[in-house]
Each structure stands twice: as C-alpha cells, then as structure tokens.
Ligand binder design. Structure first.
Ligand code: ATP
Ligand code: MG
Ligand code: MG
Ligand code: MG
Length: 565
C-alpha cells in the first residue's frame, strides 16, 4: 500500500467529544468516523485490525471444534417472548416493526435464535455436543454509548453457543472456551486476566470475564499475587460476614422468601422494618440483582438501593441499575430470598436517592413504580459512600493481601445450563431413552472492543503502539525525500522485499516533509519504521526504528530483513 493512496485521514487536533485515549487516537489516526452516538464506520486501517482479531478468534474457535455459521441480525419478537426476554431486555433492545406491524429486534445477542435453530434439528444425544458460532454486528441501545468503540451501540462480537448432554459435557465445553479465550488474548499481544464473574440470576460459579488490564477500564478487578484467585469486584467475596449477618442469612433462608427475609436485611441494616413497606427487585441488564427497600408510606421519598453486586463504586453498573429500577416496569423478578443476597456488600451509607412525586404502583405481589420520569421527577444525583476494596483485604482463598486493577471486559464465558433450552423446549433423547433439555453455554468476544482495548493498553504521547499480531501493517518505509531518485529506488526495493517476505509494509510516498511522515507513522502506530535517507544511500545504512521501545538500529541492505525478524 502506498500512503499517497491510503485512506487514513489523520487529524492534528484531538476531537473534543473523545474522552478516552483509544477513541481520540482512532479518530486522529484515521481509523474510525462517527455516524451517530455509538455507531461508527471502520476505515481501512481499522478494518485490517478487526480482520486480524477475527482471524485469531476464528482459528481458536475452529481449533476447539466450533463451527461457524451466520444468523440473522433481525430477529422476530416471538422467540424472545418465549423466553420472557422481550420485556426483560428493556430499552437496551433496538426494536422495529415490519410493514405488517410485526415486532422485530436487532439482535443484541443470539441465545433465542440459536436455541430455536438447534431445537428444530437436534433430536438425539448422538448429535451432541455442538458448538456453533458467528462473528457479527450486535446491537444494543446502550444507555450511555461512549468511549468510542469501547461501548458502542453497533459493535462486532464473536458469539459461540455450546450444547451438551449434561453438566459434565458443559464443563468440558466451558473449559475449552476458557482455554481458547486465553489463547486469543495472548495471541493478540494483550495483558489480561480471567476473573470470576457474577453469573447473575443463574447462580453458581459459572462465569469468567476476560479483562484487558488498563487504567481506563470500566471494571474493577481484584486478584491475588500469591494464588490464582481473581474476580471482578462484583463477584469478589472479600467482605467479612459477621456472625450476626450469618445468622440473619441462614435464618431467613429457611423461611419463605419475601418480606420476612427483607425484615432480616432491614435489621441488619438498621432500618426499621415496619417502615419498610415496599420491596422491589429488579434484574439489571448486567444480570445483577437490585433490591430496593422503600421507606415511608405510599409517598416514596427515599430509596435505599442495594445491589447484589454491592455498590462498590459509582460506576456505570450502579447508575444503570438505578435507571433500570426507576425507568422500567418490566424487570420485576419476584420477591427476593436472602439466598440471592449472599454476595451483597452492604454499604453502610447505601445509595440514597431523593424522589419527588413518585407514585407507587401496584402493591402486590409485583410492586413497581409507574409514571416516574428520571429527569422530571428526580435528579439522578447519586450520593454514595463507597467502600472500595482495599489492597490490604485478604484473599478469600489464601489470605495474602489482594491487589486491585482496572480492566476492560473484552470477553466473557458463561454457563447457561438449561435456562434457554427449558424455556424454548430444546430437548434431545438421551441414550437412556429419556427426553432431556440440552445443557448450554455462551461465550462472547467483543472484537471491536478488543481493538479499542489494545490501544488503551498500548500507546504513548505520540500515538498508538500496535501489538505486532494485530497491527494494521507491520512496517512503514519512509523515503526522506521522494524527489531523490536513489532514495526512492531503494525505498521501493525495501518495500517490495518486505512484502515478499511476509512483513506487511506501506511506503510513505507522499510529497511531505519527513517530520509530517514520522508524526503520522507514530500516530498510526506501525510497529517498525524503516527510514531511507542519505545515510541509506551513501553509507548503506538502513535505519529501522522500533515503535514500542524507540530503539534505532542500522542494517546493511542485505541484513535488515533478518535483523527485524
Ligand atoms: P458490559 O458489561 O461492558 O456492558 P456485557 O457484559 O453486557 O458488557 P456481554 O453480553 O458479555 O457484554 O457480551 C460479550 C462481549 O461483547 C463483552 O465481553 C464485550 O467485549 C462486548 N460488548 C458488550 N457490549 C458492548 C458494547 N456496547 N460495545 C462494544 N463491545 C461490547
Ligand atoms: Mg459485563
Ligand atoms: Mg452490557
Ligand atoms: Mg459480559
């Protein structure tokens, strides 16, 4: 590729709307252009990076026996109604109607679709296990699309679904995917950690998130330097449970879930249970459980919000949770037993929200608010006394002090068990002649988010520093003066040789000052810069600069190829 023809329009200025470095650099270096909030075009350089990530993902999925297919992005409402997610998914789902007024959505994920396909065609245990995947655009009308490709509304995801006969089979599929994910992020050249994640309403230890370590990450993670323990803060069980709580928990678990259990929580919290007249439970989009204890009478003026995940920090998750709680009537999941609350970090001074003119709706058994408008009825100012996990907290496994870090969720593996196969009747006949629901797992990699995460982890003040395996090109050849025929001839020769030897190279043949070319090269982040100037022509010294280390090396015309390997 000749840079004179390359469509990579670079910008001098950092666009004002870009808050995080990956967004800034991708705009400046001509990788992406915005169409609407959270919706971007990928320009040629970005597309090359995405294709490389996809290739790595595809190879690792295939290596584990995954079979690639492609499902429709437009999905009919009916299958979502069967699982109940048509209403539960809420505003994050992009919905549309066809000319006959039938409801559809743009797929935010494909459990319903894949399970519907498999239930129609898999009848016998002999057809299992099965691992099917696709790499495709997903659509989520995120409450706050931001950070460029990190949280888009249209984004590229690899999603694989596993179908097994039993839980032992699921464990095997899960482990394969865990392994594949480890290989994927290693091959991408990223520093990451697999952390235990909350598996939401499903329970059990059935999920891991793959976190690319970066200070700008939205997620906080906890890990142990001495043992293998690593979890996201939502999952981390680091909070000492006092005998009192334990008693309260075990007591109430024996009782029927509902108000009695809530009374115990109230007691623990020091809230007068008699005044706690309403309880609400919502499941957030992230699968965490939000429990709200509403004090006062029907005039609701204060909500104590407890998150199953613990309001550990004022982050998207808790803000979103609140928005879901207030804004949605659809998320009700029934009375909460304390069994669901095992991992609650009870924040002494829980998130308190003042609400005005809020009306309490139906009062049994599904309580929720109606006619509440976040901007009209309350200002979503959130006061939270946040207990951040301290680096000195003991590791729950070995007791050594834990460490904390921030991460970007680039992938997640998840045991679904029979959640979808039951609601969609995806059953098979086992070798004992019995009809059983298939045991499922789902596994996602955010391909476009991984590209952004790679930048969040690899940049300096001059621009992007691509890890070699996902760099759009490996090298740029820069003739210092294109008017110097000897330089141009040598640069051209090197450019051809590099490409012929598997080093993907561009030649910057623009009639620009060398400073401009060097700046653009650093901004775009080619791992190697080969400069062909007077030194190369007169002294046979070809300058090769390594973007990451800044190291400069000189090679003779016959040595440089071997030298850069
Ligand atoms: P998050 O917690 O960041 O909202 P998620 O848990 O909702 O993500 P999953 O449903 O687990 O996401 O989807 C699988 C992967 O898809 C995620 O691990 C992430 O890499 C990617 N992903 C999810 N939402 C987005 C988004 N809005 N923009 C870009 N990538 C996304
Ligand atoms: Mg998540
Ligand atoms: Mg999400
Ligand atoms: Mg996830």
């Amino acid at each position: 590729m000749r840079v004179s023809q390359l469509f990579a329009p670079t910008l001098r200025e950092t666009p004002a709307e870009a808050e995080v470095i990956s967004h800034q650099l991708m705009l400046r270096a001509g990788f992406i252009r915005k169409a609407a909030g959270g919706i971007y075009s990928y320009l040629p350089l970005a597309w090359r990076v995405l294709k490389k990530i996809e290739t790595i993902v595809r190879e690792e999925m295939d290596a584990k026996g995954g079979q690639e297919l492609s499902m429709p992005i437009i999905q009919p409402a009916e299958m979502w109604q069967e699982t109940g997610r048509w209403s539960v998914y809420g505003d994050e789902m992009f919905r549309l109607k066809d000319r006959h007024n039938r409801n559809f959505c743009l797929g935010p994920t494909h459990e319903e679709m894949i399970t519907t396909i498999v239930r129609g065609d898999v009848r016998s245990y002999r057809q299992l296990p099965l691992m099917l995947y696709q790499i495709q655009n997903k659509y989520r009308d995120e409450i706050r699309p931001r950070f460029g490709l990190m949280r888009g509304r249209e984004f590229i995801m690899k999603d694989l679904y596993s179908f097994d006969r039993d839980e032992a089979g699921l464990d095997e599929s899960y482990n394969k995917m865990y392994d594949a994910y480890t290989r994927i992020f290693t091959r991408c050249g990223l520093t990451f950690r697999a952390v235990e994640a909350d598996s939401g309403a499903i329970g059990g230890s059935g999920s891991h998130e793959f976190m690319v370590i970066a200070d700008s990450g939205e997620a906080a993670i906890v890990y142990c330097g001495d043992c293998e323990y690593a979890a996201n803060v939502e999952k981390a069980e680091l909070h000492p449970i006092t005998p009192d709580t334990e008693e309260a928990l075990s007591l109430s678990e024996k009782e029927t879930p509902g108000m009695k259990s809530i009374a115990n929580v109230c007691q623990y919290l020091g809230i007068n249970p008699e005044k706690t007249i309403k309880t609400l439970a919502y499941q957030t989009d992230t699968g965490s459980l939000v429990l709200a204890l509403v004090r006062g009478d029907h005039e609701v003026n204060e909500i104590k919000l407890l998150n199953k995940v613990g309001c550990l920090q004022l982050n998207m998750a808790s803000e979103e949770a609140i928005a879901t709680l207030i804004g949605s009537q659809a998320g009700y999941i029934g009375p909460v037993g304390l069994a669901d609350l095992k991992n609650v970090t009870i924040v002494a001074d829980a998130t308190v929200m003042k609400m005005h003119n809020a009306v309490c709706g139906a009062n049994k058994p599904d309580l929720h608010y109606v006619n509440v408008n976040p901007d009209r009825d309350f200002k979503p100012a959130i006061i939270a006394d946040i207990r951040l996990i301290q680096a000195s907290d003991p590791c729950p496994r070995c007791g050594a002090p834990v460490k904390t870090a921030r991460g970007i969720e680039a992938g997640q593996v998840f045991k679904l068990f029979t959640k979808y196969s039951t609601s969609l009747q995806a059953t098979f006949i086992d070798d004992d002649g019995k009809e059983k629901p298939m045991v499922m797992g789902c596994y996602g990699v955010g391909v476009s988010r991984t590209m952004a995460a790679a930048i969040e982890q690899n940049y300096d003040q001059n621009g992007i520093i691509w890890p070699v395996p996902i760099a759009p090109y490996h090298a740029v050849v820069v003739p210092v003066s294109i008017k110097d025929q000897a330089q141009m001839a040598l640069a051209e020769k090197i450019y051809q040789e590099l490409n012929a030897n598997g080093v993907e190279a561009v030649i910057d043949d623009r009639n620009e000052r060398p400073g401009v070319k060097f700046k653009d090269a650093d901004l775009i982040g080619y791992p190697l810069k080969v400069t062909v100037g007077p030194k190369a022509v007169n002294e046979n010294l070809i300058e090769v600069k390594v973007r990451r280390t800044g190291e400069t090396m000189y090679f003779g015309p016959d040595e440089y190829l071997a030298g850069i390997q």
